[in-house]
Design a protein around this ligand. Structure first.
Ligand SMILES: Cc1ncc(COP(=O)(O)O)c(C=O)c1O
Length: 456
């Protein structure tokens, strides 16, 4: 068993300015080892065992499945290193995109093509490291298309001088310092926000009348903002709205209206994509036939061991080539890693076998957490393997963390705009383990509801 001196771990944590105040060791600590969803970590000066109920969709597989998808990259690396040691030529592990791309790109693109959220042959993909830059790359691509012409579904003439971006009133597309989106609070007082964004109103979660009312509101919004050339939607929100999903028909209609108004539409599936939504396809946009113009992906696509994200754009490859337009959004290691492509290709092959499981596990979440979600003290949102829980305003984050510590479970805790938690375990989470973790979470909710002190 791996061991880690508690003292040196606390010392390192106090130097780290991330997820906790610097100079304290109050953050989630250093993870010593894991088995499935169970972690052993140094937490506030002690070794604790906890149950990881999902870390913002950042994990896809565990144990033997994770080993399987990581194996090709390991073999590739081993072979390359052995050749380097012998002084022979080797196949690149990584190469700057100004010099070329690794051969593993081809297998990745082939696999992606089998999972597109639409039909058609004019698509293209841009590859990045993290989700935030993938969203930007998507917006940039759509910005170029819009510069050439309003959306093909638009019959009216449109001025193309200004192109603002419509984002949801509450949305997260990456870190608030540089990404698009409307987070609950600025990073620091008067911190600059990305300019050029306009917020559209949040939709109802259900109800025919409510949806009709929303469409009227959205039409008025479109009429008021003809300069929005690109809309960004999260079909199922991540942390910014605690996994709430759009009513599918409403979103489909809203997207169609945006396109008829001349705007292009990006669905950000960094969080809900890769089958996590439980609707039986890689992308939710496909399951719900949303017909967006671009879709982002990211998070655990290359298992997180290798960061990989990107955006697929439905049309424009021919038009952009003819106009000589290149995507500017590029970074030193964007799309450069053979290891990332090899792992992502394996994951894309493996994932469809787990789509049903995401749906079944979602039912387990509903069955176990549903009864404690009274709609007042605790509300539950979500589907598949992406869920969020929201607490009443009377609950303090410190109490929630203490209760989770006490019950040995660790969801992703969200502190604003309201206190909540996210559940997004790996797609292959063992069903018994998931049950155990959810039962722990039920005890957390009951403990908080009963106002039990931490040491009770
Ligand atoms: C919906 C959504 N888009 C984009 C991002 C940004 O991804 P990354 O953190 O990899 O930059 C996130 C991150 O959680 C997200 O939830």
């Amino acid at each position: 068993m791996a061991s880690l001196p508690i003292e040196s771990s606390s010392k390192a944590m106090k130097r780290l300015a991330a997820r906790s105040t610097v100079a304290s060791d109050e953050g989630p600590g250093i993870v010593v080892e894991r088995r499935g969803a169970k972690l052993r970590r140094v937490y506030r000066g002690e070794i604790e065992e906890t149950f990881l109920l999902g870390a913002a969709c950042s994990e896809v597989f565990t144990g033997p499945r994770l080993a399987k998808v990581l194996r090709p990259a390991l073999e590739h690396q081993r072979l390359a290193i052995e050749k380097m040691e012998r002084g022979e030529s080797w196949e690149p592990l990584s190469i700057h995109t100004s010099a070329g791309f690794p051969g593993a790109l081809t297998g990745f693109v082939e696999c992606l093509e089998k999972n597109l959220p639409w039909t058609g042959s004019d698509w293209f993909v841009n590859v990045q490291q993290e989700g935030a830059t993938a969203v930007w790359a998507g917006v940039e691509a759509l910005g170029h298309l819009r510069q050439m012409a309003p959306h093909p579904k638009c019959s009216a003439s449109r001025s193309l001088d200004v192109c603002r971006v419509g984002v949801a009133e509450r949305s997260y597309h990456g870190t608030p310092t540089t990404a698009l989106g409307q987070p609950a609070k600025p990073l620091w007082p008067n911190a600059p926000r990305t300019t050029g964004q306009v917020s559209y109103p949040l939709p109802p979660l259900s109800g025919e009348k409510e949806c009709e009312e929303y469409l009227r509101k959205f039409d008025a919004f479109l009429a008021e903002h003809p300069d929005i050339g690109i809309f960004v939607f999260e079909p199922q929100w991540g942390s910014s709205r605690l996994a709430r999903a759009w009513p599918p028909q409403l979103l489909k209609e809203v997207i169609a209206r945006c396109q008829r108004s001349g705007a292009y539409v990006l669905c950000d599936e960094v969080m809900c994509g890769l089958g996590r939504h439980g609707e039986g396809t890689l992308f939710l946009s496909q399951a719900w036939a949303l017909e967006p113009d671009a879709v982002t992906f990211g998070k655990s696509l290359a298992s997180g061991t290798f960061p990989l994200s990107g955006v697929i754009v439905r049309h424009g490859s021919k038009a952009m080539w003819e106009a000589g337009i290149k995507i500017q959004q590029s970074h030193t290691y964007a799309g450069s890693s053979a290891l990332a492509y090899l792992t992502a290709t394996e994951i894309l092959r493996e994932l469809p076998g787990w789509f049903d499981r995401a749906n079944r596990s979602g039912q387990m979440v509903r069955d176990l957490l549903g009864p404690v979600a009274d709609g007042k003290f605790f509300r539950l949102y979500g589907q598949g393997l992406l869920w969020g829980g929201e607490f009443a305003k009377t609950v303090a984050a410190t109490d929630l963390k203490a209760a989770c510590h006490k019950e040995g479970v660790w969801p992703y805790i969200v502190e604003s705009p309201s206190l909540g938690l996210m559940i997004s375990p790996p797609m292959d989470i063992d069903e018994d383990q998931l049950r155990e973790g959810l039962e722990g979470l039920v005890r957390v909710v009951n403990r908080l509801k009963a106002g039990l002190p931490e040491e009770a």
